[in-house]
Design a protein around this ligand. Sequence first.
Ligand SMILES: [Zn+2]
Length: 360
Amino acid sequence: MPYDWIKSVTRVMKAASGQVKGLDRVPFFAISDEQFISRIMGITTREILSSPETYANCIIKTAEFIQADTIQIPSAYAGPLEAYAFAEVNNKMDSIQWYDYKPLAIKPGEVCKTEEDIEKLEIPDHSKIDLWETTFTTANIIKEKVNLSQSMGVSIWSVVQELRGIDAFKDIRRNPDLLLKLCEKIYESQLDVYNNWVEKVGVPPLIMYTGYAFNKHMMSFKDAMKYEGQFIKRFQEKIKAPFMLHNCGTKPYFKEICREIDFIAVNGSHPLDIEYWIEFQKEFPKITIMGANIDVSREMLTGTPQDVEEKVRENIINLAPRGRYIVSPICCLPWGVPLPNVFAIHKAIEKYGQYPIKIS
Ligand SMILES: [Zn+2]
């Protein structure tokens, strides 16, 4: 029987808008990166990215294998591919490292080693970057094959870290103007990705904003607003799609940021205390929680399928009864995650996530 993607899309839309009526069960959102896809498909990262057809096929097959309700193109965000684009136009391709079974990576801090590197930093034209072209075409193939419009990822601080490395944290104190100059250039580059996306793929239904600056162990909330938050507000003026906040850090400022900026959903695994999330839902009843405290580096990686089932159950019974809750292990499913633990997610949803949710 072919995978019922129409049913999955309807399920996600209903859950995200709080429509419990007619909703069969809690949806499952998974982030599968090149590492996990490579493991499931048995081919290397380069092979996965060798053509948009292969890439789209691998992404769809992996999502269906674990019975997820969503599809994410791993490269369609401000991660390795944005670093790759900057490296290419600034003649720093020797800072890019390819791996067989994980995403390509940049040596952090290589592209913007000096002040002059930042001053002279060229902004990429994404229509001329081969892997971005592959990504845009892949989004169109997925849309054609399973009728699923792809969300697009945006970020400032994740790119800052890739280009400037550890020096970015020193710049917060020593050279804030220089750091802001870099943020501005990344902002412009991210808008170029968006404009290309609109032109080649269409308006994305959702922006997945990876807001890594919003972490207590990284910087103060005030600094996070300065180097990331103010740009989110500016993006929101230009991009008329709803924003979802992804933060896989261990001390995220979820409540603080949601008081300042509009998000329709938050996607994270911390804090680990379920009570935090119960309180979060009370304070922000319109924001969909994706994940709560299902962390890929704990039960998923080292526990048993029963441990995973118990964690998913805890999240569902506490957060799903009124809708606006989506099961999501955060972040990317790691290379070593036992497959029975991944399958335990869908099984737990089938067992505890059927509407109406039984609370006891
Ligand atoms: Zn993440």
